[in-house]
Design a protein around this ligand. Structure first.
Ligand code: HEM
Length: 462
């Protein structure tokens, strides 16, 4: 048997292991096997699977790869899943799945309205909301971090950002669970799920179409929809369908991902009580500011031993990297967020389509094939992150692709970082003597947006 056949066989074997629900609580040993194998073409799924950090980072910027995944997946679907009377916006592709120049145009228009200022002014609201949610949760002897904090926070924040009336928020909670499947992309739909998903999508589009029409009639101040309606790039504006489709993208892309960041963060802290204590006793404020333009500013810190240290800031992939910031052995919530994004990321993989024949290491993929970038495997590549299986928010440097890299770098990263920082910091300070009720906790079936379905915590009272 040739080498090529060997690796193809083990590639398929590893894909099978990854898809097995038994791997959900801890897929990292399977990722280590993928890394040992290197980039591999898996004939049965017509995909090139890439597990190494440097390969993933390079490919995320490679123009020979396209983000128009829907062409690939739609080809595998038999029919348009939407009813004929669905609003036209439902067929408008998300810019997440577009390439330049269309992607560049839409992203530029949306970024001009969804700015660092938009996010910064959300902070008091996010802080108040987290405090209220934890007040309520701590009334019980045990509470579920997912339903009590991680799930509610991002959905309520996005609804607030869009100006959805509070009474309608529950509609979004109902739709979100169905829509996540679409973003996960790698879980086969069960019986009737495709229709359920398409139905949820159509209802959500109808609602947002009306919301946009309402804002067009009576624009508001400090409201993202009104700002997107006013967004201009030279003479260019967003069309109605582009605007609606973008709002749905913000909702879908910003919800389950942030749920996972908060829940994975709490889980990691509960499994590492030393770091939880360090966070509780540490400084809540950011010490490294990552600005909208990807530049970072670091302020010198006085360490426990009295020495002054400037935190290392490493620039890679056009985004500044925060290093872990240690204050006399204490850890900041920003550092915890970055380490969670590396160690147990909310998004495990992303995919591209090869525009032309491609070779990565010893593996080759023909034009039109899917290229699967195993981000969660890349984060534990010892070539970039030493001792990668250790959760350590006090690392000197943390390298991750948790928000991707290149032209599709997550547009919501500042909002996700804000929510993660506020939630983890408040959890550490407010919840006394927290303990996991079940370890491992139960996981949802999703492979890509992998996360716990429940995270029950017992605590020592208010
Ligand atoms: C894109 C992760 C939160 C909006 C992405 C991508 C990743 C990602 C990996 C790029 C996928 C690719 O390259 O194929 C995350 C994680 C989050 C998070 C881990 C939470 C911890 C948010 C939030 C929002 C958001 C809160 C907005 C409210 C977007 C948008 C894109 C995107 C609009 C598309 C960017 C583009 O294609 O140019 N995100 N995201 N995300 N994310 Fe996020």
């Amino acid at each position: 048997m040739s080498m090529a056949t060997d690796s193809a066989t083990s590639g398929l074997h590893l894909v099978g292991k990854l898809l097995d629900p038994a791997s959900r609580p801890d897929p990292y040993p399977v990722y280590a096997e993928f890394r040992a194998l290197g980039p591999v073409w898996v004939e049965e799924i017509s995909a090139l699977v890439v597990p190494g950090y440097r390969d993933c980072e390079t490919l995320l910027r490679d123009h020979r790869l396209s983000s128009e995944r829907w062409r690939h997946f739609d080809a595998a679907r038999d029919a348009d899943p939407y009813p004929p009377d669905a609003p036209p916006s439902v067929r408008q592709p998300w810019f997440l799945s577009m390439d330049a120049p269309d992607h560049t145009r839409l992203r530029r228009l949306v970024s001009s309205a969804f700015t660092a200022r938009t996010v910064a002014r959300m902070e008091p609201y996010v802080t108040r909301l987290v405090d209220d949610l934890l007040d309520e949760a701590c009334e019980q002897d045990t509470f579920d971090v997912v339903s009590g904090l991680a799930y509610t926070l991002p959905m309520t924040v996005i609804c607030h950002l869009l100006g959805v009336p509070t009474a309608d928020e529950r509609l979004f909670h109902g739709w979100s669970a169905q829509l996540t499947r679409q973003l996960d992309g790698f879980s086969a739909p069960g019986d009737g799920e495709e229709e359920l998903w398409a139905g949820g999508m159509v209802e959500m589009h109808r609602y947002i179409n009306e919301l946009v029409a309402d804002r067009r009639r009576s624009p508001r101040r400090d409201d993202l929809i009104s700002e997107l309606l006013a967004a201009r790039d030279g003479g260019d504006v967003l069309s109605h369908d582009e605007l609606v489709s973008t709002l749905v993208l913000l909702l879908v892309a910003g919800h389950e991902t942030t749920v996972n960041l908060i829940a994975n963060g709490v889980l990691a802290l509960l499994r590492h009580p030393g770091h939880l204590a360090a966070l509780r006793d540490g400084q809540p404020k950011a010490s490294v500011l990552v600005q909208g333009d990807g530049q970072a500013k670091a302020s010198p810190l006085v360490q426990g031993d009295g020495q002054v240290k400037t935190p290392t800031v490493v620039r890679g992939d056009g985004q500044a990297r925060t290093s872990a910031v240690v204050r006399g052995g204490r850890v900041t919530a920003d550092a915890v967020v970055e380490e969670v994004l590396r160690y147990d990321p909310p998004v495990h993989l992303t995919a591209r389509v090869a525009r032309e024949d491609l070779r990565v290491g010893d593996a080759q993929a023909p034009a039109g094939a899917l290229v699967i970038l195993l981000l969660a495997a890349a984060h534990r590549d010892p070539e970039v992150n030493p001792d990668p299986d250790r959760f350590d928010p006090a690392r000197e440097q943390v390298w991750h692709l948790g928000f991707s890299a290149g032209p599709h770098f997550c547009l919501g990263a500042p909002l996700a970082r804000l929510e993660g920082r506020v939630a983890l910091d408040a959890f550490a300070r407010r919840v006394r003597e927290p303990r996991l009720v079940a370890d491992p906790p139960p996981y949802r079936e999703h492979i890509n947006l992998r996360g716990v379905s429940e995270l029950r915590v017992a605590h020592g009272g208010r």
